[in-house]
Design a protein around this ligand. Sequence first.
Ligand code: NAP
Length: 314
Amino acid sequence: MADTPIIDRLALIGIGLIGSSIARAAKANGLAGHIAISSRTAATLARAEELGLGDSYHEDAGEAVKDADLVIVSVPVGASGAVAAAIGPHLKPGAIVSDAGSVKTSVVRQMAPELPDGVHFIPAHPVAGTEYSGPDAGFADLFENRWCILTPLPGTEAQAIERLSAFWRGCGADIEIMSAEHHDLVLAVTSHIPHLIAYNIVGTADDLEAVTETEVMKFSAGGFRDFTRIAASDPTMWRDVFLHNKEAVLEVLGRFTEDLFALQRSIRWGEGDELFELFSRTRSIRRGIIEAGQETEAPDFGRPHGKSDGDPAE
Ligand code: NAP
């Protein structure tokens, strides 16, 4: 718990999984003197109030950001521009405006023109999440030991970057700074394409006629169920990610498709050495992720395995 809050007045625009986790982390760690919350719908705002996530609740986002020292916008990336336009005229000079969007160049393009001179705009992306949405889904240690990537524009004041970094460190995150363009390429590989693959394989299985839906569910422990967790992620959020990170996703998808054809060829021609070499290389990547503290080393993600489990995993 901080002795004095890092931020006097924090405004959270959007209070779903990410916004509500920021609210909980800020409360748990004493990071903000006052937390003002706004959400698009009255129902979500009322739920945030029931959960006691903030200190004041505002139907009007402009009201929420008045006198705020730090504003964090956590809405689907396609809505960033409209939110920036709504809050822009109400921001106080010297305020830091940030976001949590999973795509950064598009957010910069949408938000920067709507923000007045004299505020510090520092886009950010906490690389942490789950497949759940809404204010009930958040939890205070979501960001613990996870990266928060900041993509400040050239010329941003170092002091403002340090203040936002201190806030995220207070939430348990580690900070990395890079350009918005580089962020979008890195996340295309590590997050956006894996989600696209998961959406695709789950869709393919659903469309197969020779294999019944019951069989897909029954034998899902063979690997399929791990894709279903990712493919259960919020459709609005992910629609916006693909529409707004089009260039980087298409670039990485081109490489991925070529590599998939090479694998198809190896299988067709019985090239076992090629398959073995790739599978050995990929196994070591998982070890690296465990060593980096970004994953558990418990077998099968620590799922219980017992007689009652009836687990046909291969
Ligand atoms: P969420 O749980 O679905 O919450 C979305 C919030 O945005 C709600 O407060 C919702 O308000 C509001 N909203 C939805 N559509 C809107 C619109 N058109 N205009 C204004 N407000 C709107 O989403 P989330 O998972 O917190 O994601 C928020 C942001 O964080 C996204 O940009 C996402 O890319 C990013 N992010 C997500 C994850 C993840 O794993 N989920 C991880 C890192 C970053 P109402 O409920 O009142 O409609």
